[in-house]
Design a protein around this ligand. Structure first.
Ligand code: ADP
Length: 487
């Protein structure tokens, strides 16, 4: 059985700020079903340690890393058989709330030290130096927080294979030159071809330069990040490593996101019995104080940041509200987006609902209760919400980028028989508005609309096939590293 250490800074349901958490739960579980021994490594945030105590946990080993005493707690990912290790180091991880930011929304001042230590522990487990009776054949790293692991492992001849997955290239873990010295990284790494990025230390470059293979979360994004427009300054490096780079589309947890059984919904429905979707809509309207009327209700869930195209959404909303649409918005983020949304909610009582904050159950009810779901992201590595919407018969309107382009097919391109949503290419509020209007026009044609809904609901979004693709990649890496096949 192939053993994989899956290293991540978030995992659902223990700690989540975005899609990384969902993937970090679903993929290891799907791989375990394929008889891979995948074990997850996560920082010991207080909520994660608390949840572990509930599930059952034990402190397995304790050791010193520099000035810090670290304990490894072993538990299981709740509701699964997947082993989860928590890196307990209270001075670095015993902090409330968001894993990366303080209560004022600023990055923790010592993030470099926090994720350097996390990486060191990951490398120790990988090399069998942490005192566990388990040693992986392969380490799967995710995003910049794990970027130093392939760097630490590079010095060992007999190291495990390494994969680094980019969930979002915009977040790179950049720190000043002084931090590079403070972390006592070897001077030889301070080069453009290694960890230096325009006179800064780049954690993500560790993963991109030193891992055996790089993956990202959709084929479209894998192509885009090799271009200056989407490469965030790393496109040259990614072109250089293009033989090692692949895009594997994310799946979704089809048990958590299932309109036939979703515990957050008062009514359930499916591909061949959509009637109850209208009841879900009415419940949502009642819950949020919207006028009770039959659609169109347009939804948005997500971080209110530039990436998500919230400014285009805000600019497009008045005209769509004038036309009789209702809006349901759920998210939190930057004040420059929260304030105008609050203003719109004040101007359009009964027609626009804004919920600021994070609310998992409402996200499910919103996905079920809307007719259209808008995702005008400037860039989108994969995007999960469009897949949740498709599965819930809620037709997505998306900017044709990254994983959105890979998952949403527009009737203009493929015809109504194969289409499942609408997409636009021009990066602007006008283009979003045009695509939304096209969607609203088709919404009037019940037969065509049902066809779109059913096309979307019929697609297999599960992790099963995708996990197999990761499994083949692991196999290839191990073969290339000339390790014996163990299964
Ligand atoms: P990203 O990782 O860039 O934030 P994704 O679409 O990949 O975007 O994943 C976002 C995940 O977080 C989805 O599962 C989405 O439903 C969830 N989410 C984002 N904001 C909220 C919120 N305010 N309340 C509930 N769920 C949210």
């Amino acid at each position: 059985m192939i053993r994989v250490l899956y290293v991540t800074s978030e995992v659902f349901p223990l700690i989540k700020t975005g899609g990384l958490a969902d993937v970090s739960a679903s993929l290891p579980e799907a791989l375990c079903r394929l008889e891979y021994d995948v074990q997850i490594l996560l920082p010991g945030y207080p909520d994660a340690l608390k949840a572990a105590r509930k599930t059952g946990s034990s402190q397995r080993v304790s050791f010193q890393v520099g000035q810090y005493t670290v304990s490894l707690w072993q538990t299981r990912l709740p509701g699964t058989a997947v082993t989860l290790w928590l890196v307990d180091c209270p001075p670095l991880f015993d902090r409330p709330g968001n894993p990366y930011k303080n209560e004022e929304g600023k990055d923790w001042w010592d993030n470099a030290h926090r994720f350097d230590l996390f990486g060191q522990v990951g490398a120790m487990i990988a090399m069998g130096e942490a005192g566990l009776d388990w040693k992986p054949d392969l380490v799967h790293c995710n995003d910049w927080q794990t970027g130093l692991i392939p760097v630490f492992l590079e010095t060992y001849q007999d190291r495990p294979g390494t994969v680094f997955t980019i969930h979002n290239l915009a977040y790179q873990g950049l720190f000043p030159h002084d931090t590079f010295h403070a972390l006592k990284l070897p001077d030889s790494l301070w080069r453009l071809e290694q960890l230096e990025f325009f006179d800064q230390l780049s954690f993500i470059k560790g993963g991109l330069v030193f891992s055996d293979r790089i993956t990202t979360v959709s084929p479209g994004y894998a192509r885009e990040i090799q271009t200056p427009e989407f490469g965030h300054g790393l496109d040259g490096l990614l072109r250089h490593r293009q033989q090692a780079l692949t895009g594997i589309l994310n799946g979704i947890d089809t048990r958590v996101w299932n309109p036939e059984q979703d515990p957050a919904l008062a009514f359930h429905y499916g591909q061949d019995h959509l009637k109850n979707k209208a009841h879900c809509q009415a419940s949502l309207q009642l819950e949020l104080g919207l006028e009770l009327k039959g659609g169109p209700v347009l939804g948005f869930i997500g971080r209110l940041v530039e990436q998500k195209g919230v400014d285009w959404l805000i600019a497009a909303m008045p005209e769509l509200l004038e036309q009789g649409c209702q809006f349901v918005i759920l998210g939190s983020g930057e004040a420059c987006y929260e304030e105008p949304l609050k203003e719109l909610a004040r101007q359009w009582p009964g027609k626009m609902s804004l919920t600021l904050g994070y609310n998992e159950a409402l996200a499910h009810r919103l996905t079920a209760g809307c007719d259209l779901f808008l995702m005008p992201s400037r860039f989108e590595p994969c995007g999960l919400n469009q897949m949740y919407s498709l599965r819930y018969g809620t037709v997505p309107v998306v900017h044709r980028v990254g994983g959105l382009a890979d998952t949403v097919q527009d009737p203009q391109d493929v015809g109504i028989d194969k289409a499942n949503g609408f997409s636009f290419t021009g990066a602007s509020a006008e283009s979003l508005l045009d695509a939304s209007k096209r969607a609203l026009q088709l919404f009037q044609n019940t037969k065509h609309w049902r066809q779109l809904q059913k096309n979307g609901m019929a697609i297999d979004y599960s992790w099963k096939q995708r996990a197999r693709t990761y499994a083949s990649l692991y196999q290839r890496i191990l073969k290339e590293r000339d390790q014996p096949q163990l299964d």
